[in-house]
Design a protein around this ligand. Structure first.
Ligand SMILES: Nc1ncnc2c1ncn2[C@@H]1O[C@H](COP(=O)(O)OP(=O)(O)O)[C@@H](O)[C@H]1O
Ligand SMILES: [Mg+2]
Length: 398
């Protein structure tokens, strides 16, 4: 990690703070013991606007290990940017504490945090060369020797494949290259962590995929913590070591991509993560001679032993039965229910199958070409051991 103390905010050209030298103020922001517990702790952060009328985020608790790639994901307006801006110091939280390496930085100015913010919009200076754009923060906020600045710029340019472009103006670069310059600007600061707010949202799909791989590679190489905001659940799944799912200002679940996908804590997370979306149907818990049964309008399946254990006091209740499309399988024999085939949606190696039975819609996933368009009705089996049960309010029971 850098010995220098620098402005980490990747300032937009209008900011007045960027001219402040900060090397006298930052010691408090750095950890004394560069040790294992050197990580970011976000504790009980709340931020409201309009005198409390708008709760942008509340009770946000996240621990970020050194070298961890953390994704904040959720629908538009759920509080991702606000949370990130609180970490960066661009918003002052109403409540809560943020620590880096054990030191409370909650009230430090952005430039005094060892954190680099990469904005959603690419804010490069058009009149400056790529080289000058990359070293901008170093020039403004550090008094490093020219040699050191040059070394860092060249090293970062090499990592990002920008060596050949250092003397060009940003306007002659592609969108992806511009976003790399933007990243490079953050990287030369050698921050404690990178904070990125939907950095690829302006790029087209192919380039976005490319940049994802690249940013993950760079993050692994640098082994620096990264907090990355996106509304795109697929981006979250492909990038994150740890995913923080938010909705309505609150954290819904924190886990690895597999935990979030396989074991959602509530209906919101189940529904938000994964495509096609899971099947979620009302069911009632019924007791029969052979044990507990879960009945929807279309199918009745026995509760698994684990489900039965959790449901024994809920006989007669209406719950939500959830199952991912890949756990509905089409069978030649007798299935758990019969459905008509509405649409086949080729996904590449698999097909998404959209079905209906009574007034209920289902999605399944089958190997490529397993069903043909001529198919009208299918028998569907439910892999009950993969199903979830939620209360009607959305909380997961089992
Ligand atoms: N400066 C602000 N003034 C008033 N409301 C704001 C401000 N910034 C964000 N909000 C509101 O806070 C909520 C969360 O916003 P934001 O953090 O930008 O969400 P996201 O990044 O997840 O889309 C939204 O309802 C948004 O309108
Ligand atoms: Mg946002």
């Amino acid at each position: 990690m850098s010995e220098t103390t620098i402005a980490k905010e990747q300032t937009e050209s209008t900011s007045t703070e960027e001219t402040t030298m900060s090397d006298t103020t930052t010691d408090s922001a750095r950890t004394d013991q560069d040790s294992d517990n050197d990580h970011i702790q976000i504790e009980g952060i709340q931020k409201t606007f309009d005198d409390g009328a708008i709760v942008a985020c509340d009770d946000v608790n996240i621990n970020i290990d050194k070298g961890e790639f953390v994704i904040l994901v959720g629908p538009s307006g759920c509080g991702k940017t606000t949370t990130l801006r609180c970490i960066a110091g661009l918003e002052e939280p109403d409540k809560g504490e943020i620590r880096v390496g054990g030191n409370d930085i909650t009230n430090l100015a952005p430039k005094d945090r060892n954190l680099a913010f990469v904005f959603q919009s690419i804010a490069l200076f058009p009149h400056m060369s790529v080289r000058k754009n990359i070293r901008f923060g170093l020039d403004m906020n550090t008094d490093l020797k020219d040699d050191e600045k040059r070394r860092r710029v060249e090293e970062v340019a090499e990592t990002l494949g920008l060596e050949e472009m250092l003397d060009r103006k940003p306007s002659s670069l592609s969108g992806g290259q511009q976003q790399r310059v933007s990243l490079g600007r953050a990287m030369v600061m050698e921050p404690e962590a990178f904070l990125l707010d939907e950095p690829f949202s302006a790029l087209d799909a192919n380039l976005r995929d490319e940049m994802r791989v690249e940013v993950k590679k760079i993050q692994r190489e640098l082994n620096t913590a990264m907090v990355f905001v996106t509304h795109d659940q697929e981006e979250a799944m492909t990038l994150g070591d740890k995913i923080v799912v938010m909705n309505d200002g609150y954290v819904q679940q924190i886990g690895t991509p597999y935990e979030i996908y396989n074991d959602p804590t509530n209906r919101f997370v189940a529904d938000f993560i994964g495509s096609p979306s899971p099947n979620l149907q009302k069911c009632t818990v019924e007791r029969t001679d052979s044990g507990l049964v879960l009945s929807t309008d279309v199918f009745s399946v026995p509760a698994t032993d684990e489900q039965a254990e959790h449901l024994k006091d809920r006989v007669g209740e209406t719950l939500i039965y959830g199952i991912r499309p890949e756990y509905l399988t089409i069978t030649d024999g007798d299935g758990d229910f019969t459905a008509s085939l509405d649409v086949i949606e080729p996904l590449g190696d698999r097909d998404a199958i959209h079905l209906s039975a009574d007034d209920m819609s289902f999605s399944a996933v089958t190997p490529q070409g397993e069903l043909s368009r001529e198919t009208e009705r299918v028998q569907v089996n439910i892999q009950t051991e993969e199903s979830w049960l939620f209360e009607q309010g959305g909380t997961r029971i089992v």
